[in-house]
Design a protein around this ligand. Sequence first.
Ligand SMILES: N[C@@H](CCC(=O)N[C@@H](CS)C(=O)NCC(=O)O)C(=O)O
Length: 325
Amino acid sequence: MAKDNTVLDTNIANHEDAHEITKEGAFNRQKNRFTAPFGDSPGELPVEAGRYRLLWARICPWAHRAVIVRELLGLQDIISLGTASPVRTENGWEFSLDEGGVDPVLGIRYLPEIYAETDPEYSGRATVPTVVDVTTRKVVNNDYFRLTNYFETAFKPFHKAGAPDLYPEELRAEIDEFNDILFHEVNNAVYKAGFAQSQAAYEQAYDLLFARLDQLEERLSTRRYLFGDTLTDSDVRFYVTLARFDAAYYSVFRTNRNRIIDFPNIWNYAKDLYQTPGFGDTTDFDSIKRGYQLGNHANNPYQLLAKGPDVSIWNEPHDRNKFSK
Ligand SMILES: N[C@@H](CCC(=O)N[C@@H](CS)C(=O)NCC(=O)O)C(=O)O
């Protein structure tokens, strides 16, 4: 846990404590601790309706993607959802949005409580997303990288009728390869820029990020979604970074070569997704701004919240229907 009592996910001290800064000043994200897969083989987490609770905070892109996929696939009654407040406290993510300030199912005030109950030896950061087995009160999975894929595959028997196939078998290898690039060069590159402790590490992340965004701008000039005419898991992963970019990363993480609204194809694509049920209705720009801007107390000692940007433009028309047949 961070020593500073005003911490947030954007507080670098938090990551120093968790030994996530290399000697070159670069951010090297901690490994997930709870990675058991969901499935019906021995050692896998049994897939059952009502057994698991997904814990998230609206600021967090890694958790947001699991929430979007849960919505798209209609898993809301199968996996319950607990929401922590957007500004992380000195004691970790707090369930202060709930009555009495505790999660109504688990009865915890702070996320680290359930990590400590599960593994008293755990010394890493208690992160969202976290999946808890409510029958055992144990954290069973915090594998933000693969969680959406489990919802898409192992939870298939529970998908709503007509749910999109976000992870089609014939595309899985390609999607995995793409998601890996997306992680290193977009989703995590913004954090690498924001958490860098040397000019070189910051510039390296910045250059990597914008070179990839330029390529994605090009890719989206010929197709509605990243893999063509239908939504995939990769679109969800790209979207969560886009939704945070202009409101947070651009200023807080200094990823300011240009804004997302300056990329014509990416911006129209982002609006298209935002206006699709599951995306915009789970996106809370106010929480995003608070989480990133107020979270870093050292960089914002007077706790001022930027008034802009105007987020009403996410509801403006997009031009992506031009790709529909
Ligand atoms: N589990 C991953 C990714 C998830 C993650 O970083 N979530 C952030 C919120 S976006 C979090 O919960 N941070 C808590 C902390 O830093 O203590 C990690 O450990 O780096």
